[in-house]
Design a protein around this ligand. Structure first.
Ligand code: ADP
Ligand code: MG
Length: 489
């Protein structure tokens, strides 16, 4: 078998990410921004391009874009310019999109990505060329079931929604690096609270530029651009499929044509949508309806001071301040809200390691089962600390407490009240426990011999049996003492 043509090339990747900014209204109109509303309900004259209306810039959107620039180590410019980018599309009523072009709000930043997903792995710095602000277009619905065959419907709810486009340098070299870059970028945008950055809801979208060059060559090859990759998995698969396609062409002595591509997941192949348009085709020029955006340098500094502690710093602090393992710290710092929840519980409870265990094991499990985000959980840090306290003080058992976590996450509530309502108090009554211990030993006499012969691990088995017999309510320390006493020679 011959080796694949791709093995002779290095893949070069640059990503363009469109992230929707978290604002209440659109970039240039007071129409509300929300997800899942009836079509064409969130529109105002500006979104419809009715004659005589003028755009008014949304201050919060500008703040969000500046914060995104600061968080990614960009230079944020005090002056930037909105331009018109012209093209025809039925979901673009003005016939142009307002987008920053020659003078974007931010340029020249970077983010560090973790290579190979290994927590002790090396990091790689990926350059950001620019971040610019622009408005989204509307949505064309070609779906037969909705529009009827041969018809297309237009929904302008998205028209004018504020976006930032974040353009990376062509610094990425593998599909996995592209995936890591996107995950890191998403985490940063969520940390700074400027975007939900949710791919499924379409408020975090990615186009991938891909080219090949023979291993060892400095010069870049011709790139193609993969459009509208709407899941992390697809991004990586599409880049690989496109690289394979290009390698086959090059191996046959062909040339790559600069083109816009689509990826079909069913066949795992890419195909040409259209040959690439150039910037001059769009007839960009500064929008005469909008004066250049001037931002006070002092305001930028105020926003810089307000930046939160980021995931990597938090991860290091969790290790030094709380003595957590790197693994635990990483998991607890990935999501800002989860990290804050953890710290709030520790404030009320104190033993960080125990709290970390419970959060990572039981809270995450409950969230997964309920398909909730920690931000939606009804379980307060105070209530969770109280639950752990009930376990520590022996009022209830770990097992009973674990059984309540899911319910507390879903509905909230008072752990102490739940424990007494459900009769989940730990049983430490010597009479009840002695009887259970005796029954268990009578059922498993062979274990008494084993224990006395030095096989002390049978103690755990016997503990488990007593727990089962008491439906998980036996106070573990009391059981351990009773067993130790009975097993003594
Ligand atoms: P366009 O408007 O054509 O999409 P942009 O400047 O917005 O251009 O984005 C270009 C993207 O393509 C950047 O992410 C850049 O890193 C990437 N890129 C440029 N040259 C190459 C190349 N030869 N191979 C892969 N990616 C490239
Ligand atoms: Mg672009």
């Amino acid at each position: 078998m011959s080796e694949s043509p791709l093995s002779r090339y290095e893949i070069v990747i640059g990503l363009e990410v469109h992230a929707q900014l978290r604002t209440e209204s659109k970039l240039f109109s007071p129409a509300p921004v929300s997800f899942g509303d009836d079509p064409n309900h969130n529109v105002e004259p500006v979104c419809l391009a009715l004659p005589g209306v003028l755009p008014v810039l949304n201050r919060r959107a500008v703040e969000c874009a500046i914060i995104a620039g600061l968080a990614t180590h960009c230079t944020v410019h005090t002056r930037s310019v909105f331009a018109r980018k012209h093209y025809f599309y039925p979901d673009l009523p003005k016939g142009y999109q307002i987008s920053q072009y020659e003078h974007p709000i931010a340029t020249g930043g970077w983010i560090d990505i973790q290579l190979d997903g290994d927590i002790k792995g090396a990091t790689k710095r990926i350059g950001l060329t620019r971040i610019h602000m622009e408005e989204d277009a509307g949505k064309s619905i070609h779906d037969d079931a909705v529009a009827g065959s041969d018809a297309t419907l237009v929904d302008l709810n998205r028209a004018g929604v504020p976006l930032v486009e974040i353009v990376s340098e062509p610094d990425l070299r593998t599909p996995a690096e592209a995936g890591a870059y996107l995950r890191t970028l998403r985490s940063i945008l969520r940390y700074i609270d400027v975007s939900d950055a949710d791919m499924e809801k379409g408020n975090f979208r990615c186009d991938a530029n891909v080219s090949l060059r023979p291993s060892g060559r400095e010069e870049f090859g011709t790139r193609t651009e993969l459009k509208n990759l709407n899941s992390f998995r697809f991004v990586e698969a599409a880049i690989l499929a496109e690289a394979r396609r290009q390698a086959e062409i090059l191996a046959d002595g062909g040339e790559i044509q600069q083109a816009t591509m689509a990826y079909d997941a069913a066949t795992d192949r890419t195909r040409v949508l259209r040959l690439k348009e150039d910037a001059h085709d769009y007839r960009y020029f500064p929008d005469p309806d909008l004066i250049p955006l001037e931002v006070d340098a002092g305001e930028i500094e105020v926003l810089r001071k307000g930046l939160p502690e980021f995931a990597d710093e938090k991860c290091r602090r969790f290790q030094t301040q709380y003595g957590l393992s790197e693994y635990d710290a990483l998991q607890l710092s990935e999501d800002r809200v989860l990290g804050e929840f953890f710290e709030a519980v520790v404030e009320n409870h104190g033993t960080a390691k125990t709290v970390a265990n419970w959060v990572l094991r039981d809270v995450l499990k409950a969230l997964g089962e309920l398909q909730l985000e920690i931000a939606d959980a009804k379980l307060t840090p105070e209530a969770f600390a109280q639950l752990l306290e009930l376990v520590d003080s022996g009022k209830t058992t770990a097992k009973s407490a674990q059984g309540l976590v899911s319910e507390l996450v879903r509905d909230g509530g008072n752990p102490a009240a739940l424990v007494s309502e459900r009769g989940l108090e730990a049983v430490s009554d010597a009479g009840v426990l002695s009887a259970a211990v005796d029954e268990v030993l009578a059922e498993h006499p062979e274990n008494i011999e084993k224990y006395r012969a030095g096989e002390t691990k049978v103690l755990n088995f016997l503990m488990g049996q007593v727990m089962r017999r008491t439906e998980g309510k036996a106070e573990p320390n009391a059981v351990r003492e009773l067993l130790a006493e009975r097993l003594k020679v």
